[in-house]
Write a protein that binds this ligand. Structure first.
Ligand SMILES: O=C(O)CCC(=O)C(=O)O
Length: 276
């Protein structure tokens, strides 16, 4: 079975800013990943802060997932042969809960100049009822929009950042993603998601892929994991690969890079306390 994107999906990524949902693993593999995630929750509780962010340095199975050919081959179709993984976030919405994600563009906050895309993988069905993402097609082609910080208690974003401009909801599209499917979207796209009103947890893992020519402009230091090809730019310190869950070498490195990441995410807010 081909693990490449169709010409149509590549075209849609260029014009709309995202691909259709594409099967990247079996339902059984997704269930296995879900069990691994839940086994960590059983030990550390709700995944917050470092347990949720850049966690490919903490959990061996996430470190394996970011290298999965069924995902990376598609990323290569969009970014080219040299690929770095810059981040991994868990997005867990509990059944019948109020947590939501306001309209935002990731490119507004991450300090990355260059190409960056997300592979968002569903480990349970992301439907309209369970609070799948919504995206505004073509919004990646204009200028970055103005955002304001709300710090709303139910907003899953670090600073509750919300696009201040009017979003025409009638033009937004629901991005339903089945278990074991992924949607690939550029970090410039405006996106959001409603609360989970279903009886199951809505679990997604977002993997952020970029290219070696990209650079961090909000910090003198940043790191990424080389996934494929070569890095002739040296803009990111290369991250260690955990040999097992909570490998001490990776844990130390993760603490440093995650603190740097949170400082970038909160820059300009004057807040020193991080709430993720
Ligand atoms: O999972 C969600 O509902 C939102 C995810 C998101 O905003 C992102 O991956 O950038």
């Amino acid at each position: 079975m081909s693990t490449n994107l169709s010409a149509q999906a590549i075209e849609q990524f260029k014009t709309d800013g995202f691909t259709p949902a594409i099967k990247v693993m079996s339902d059984a593999a997704a269930m296995d990943y879900r069990h691994r995630l839940q086994a960590i929750e059983a030990v550390v509780g709700k995944l917050k802060g470092g347990y949720r962010l850049k966690c490919h340095m903490l959990y061996k199975w996430v470190s394996d997932l970011i290298r999965e050919p069924a995902i990376v081959d598609r990323v290569e179709d969009l970014l080219g042969p040299n690929i770095l993984c810059w981040g991994t976030d868990m997005w867990v919405k509990e059944p019948n809960s109020d947590e939501f994600v306001s309209w935002h563009q990731d490119s507004r906050y991450w300090g990355i100049e260059g190409d960056l895309l997300t592979a968002w993988i569903a480990l349970s069905p992301a439907t309209v009822e369970s609070g799948c993402m919504r995206m505004l097609p073509g919004s990646h082609l204009g200028n970055t929009m103005m955002h304001e910080d709300t710090f709303h208690a139910d907003n899953m974003l670090t600073r509750g950042q919300t696009i201040a401009d009017h979003i025409d909801e009638s033009k937004a599209i629901n991005i339903e993603v089945g278990t074991g499917e992924a949607v690939f979207f550029t970090y410039r796209i405006a996106h959001a998601s409603h609360p989970n009103r279903s009886c199951d947890r809505r679990i997604g893992i977002a993997i952020r892929y970029t290219v070696p020519s990209a650079r961090q402009i909000k910090s003198d230091w940043d790191s990424a994991t080389l996934i494929r090809g070569e890095d002739r730019f040296g803009n990111f310190v290369h991250e260690p690969t955990p040999k097992a869950d909570f490998d001490p070498d990776s844990v130390d490195f993760h603490a440093k890079t995650n603190e740097n990441y949170l400082n970038i995410l909160y820059s300009g807010t004057g807040r020193t306390e991080h709430r993720t």
